[in-house]
Design a protein around this ligand. Sequence first.
Ligand code: C2E
Ligand code: CA
Ligand code: CA
Length: 588
Amino acid sequence: MMKTNSVRTLDIEAKYKQDFRRTILIVDDEPVNLRLLGNILKEEYDIAYAQTGEEAIEEIKNQKEFLSLVLLDLYMPQGNGYTVLDTVMGSEELSHIPVIVFTAEKMAEVESLKRGAVDFLHKPYDRPEVIKARVRRAIELSIGRNIINTTGVDKLTGLMTREYFLQYANEYDKFHPEQEVDAVVLNVSKFHLINELYGRRFGDKVLCAIADGARSVARACGGVACRSGADSFYLYIEHQTDYDFLQKSLTNRLYEFMETQDARLRIGIYPDLYHSANIQQRFDRALHASNSISRNANATTVAIYNNEMYEKEVFEAKLLGDIEKALSEKQFKVVFQPQYDISGEEPRLCSAEVLARWKHPEFGFVRPDFFIPLFEENGRVKELDRYVWMEAARQVRRWRDMYGVTIPVSINVSRVDIFDPDLLEYLKYVVSENGLETDDIRLEITETAYTDSVSTVLDVVMSLRNEGFKVEMDDFGKGYSSLNMLTSLPIDALKLDMAFINGIARNNKEMGMVEFILEIARFLKVPVIAEGVETSEQYLLLKNAGCDIIQGYYFSKPVMPAEFGQLIEKNIGQFKRETASGREKTDE
Ligand code: C2E
Ligand code: CA
Ligand code: CA
């Protein structure tokens, strides 16, 4: 399955040779010679010319990123060729560019090799074939030296690394300014599940098969591929009018050893016909397109970046500009989504999740999916979260005063908040300020925060729990927790990622996964909260499987405090009977 190392290296080299029209600088004081050499080489290369040493140095500096070779006449009236050679070899920025000198003198050959030239040619000139062969060889050697050895080939798949790929794509554009291109992003849906279910070794096999597919598609479409992340790949190819071929070739290798429904790819494409965006933007947009495909789609799916996505991008840029004002004008509202304990005969209202809404003067209510990531990226989420937490606690206090019961609520703690050294102090302040207990306020921390920075999160979670806060792992199933890790995690509840619930049906794979997670939770002795429950089928399946708590549109959307108050009022009887801590029952 996996290629050997040498094959991988050759692979890139071949690609590199084939795709680049490389640039050569010819330096000679006699125009006749320039023309002569130029004619021999221009079929294969782009040629730049210089007639003096000074000009040569300037040209080399200007084009240092693209020059593949300098052909240098050692004897020129203004500025000796050795000066050029020494300048190139003596500069860290330039010395990667190979120089071939041409000269009529035997001694000069040795001297120039000593000073760093890679080869020499004779004057009067050698035969064209000799010149071409030496030029080609010098370039190949320098590629081997400069690129393949120093920069990245991904160890597992043998594809280029992302960094090298982006550099390559940039250069490709410069050499093919007219070429219409497609940026393609490839994700494996729920790859972590493949790892989790079949083991890492098999997961690696899957990645290699996808890499093989990516490589052959890239070849067939005149482009290149790289592995851009753990389970994602980039392709940069000539623009295609039909993506069927792409989709089929990318999945065919996979189907050889996996069931089709297990091997699902999300393919996002950004066609750039006019080179209107830079490389990074193009891949960002392709990613946008691939993210528009549901993780639960049951087949490999292609999405092409479209106007709607563009508008979303513009929308986000607009929101970004409005953050400052929104915070200072308190445009944020807090809503509550009820959670029901379903372990008894009748579902019982037991708690709520606190969710933020942005009441934007122009766009109306904006959902956090849009703005939370923006706040996180711009260092403002701490401010927002603190505001939300305080508002939530005040509300819990108000309800307690009104109805005589304490409704525990779960607040969202951003992955960024974890790194706030005053987090614990602030949360204690929120609680004490409103005369509540620490376990009235539960903290949702997303699973990927744990897996991204295990030790920090562990320390923080430990200190929070020591003070009596309950910590719930949010979006469980999205991240990469291993069983091993889970057993050592200090958590009080698992919150099943919505994506699992979406596809459950009697005895299907998704349901199997949910049952498996419930099993884990029983082993860990923590309750499971399922969110995103929308239908009565889902509700019943979860109830029968032994799920403890449910949140979702089936019961209620997130609602404003007043509406939630009415809900409490309606259910107050059972609240008084039931102490507010529905969640500990599995601990008994
Ligand atoms: P989350 O923590 O996973 O929150 C659950 C999301 O699922 C909420 O979206 C909720 O409205 C939605 N939802 C609940 N039931 C259903 C259902 O039956 N069907 C469907 N399709 N959706 C359902 P929302 O409010 O848009 O929040 C999105 C995410 O934004 C949250 O995901 C959370 O990660 C983040 N977030 C929300 N409020 C805050 C906050 O105050 N602070 C921080 N840091 N993050 C927040
Ligand atoms: Ca949450
Ligand atoms: Ca969640």
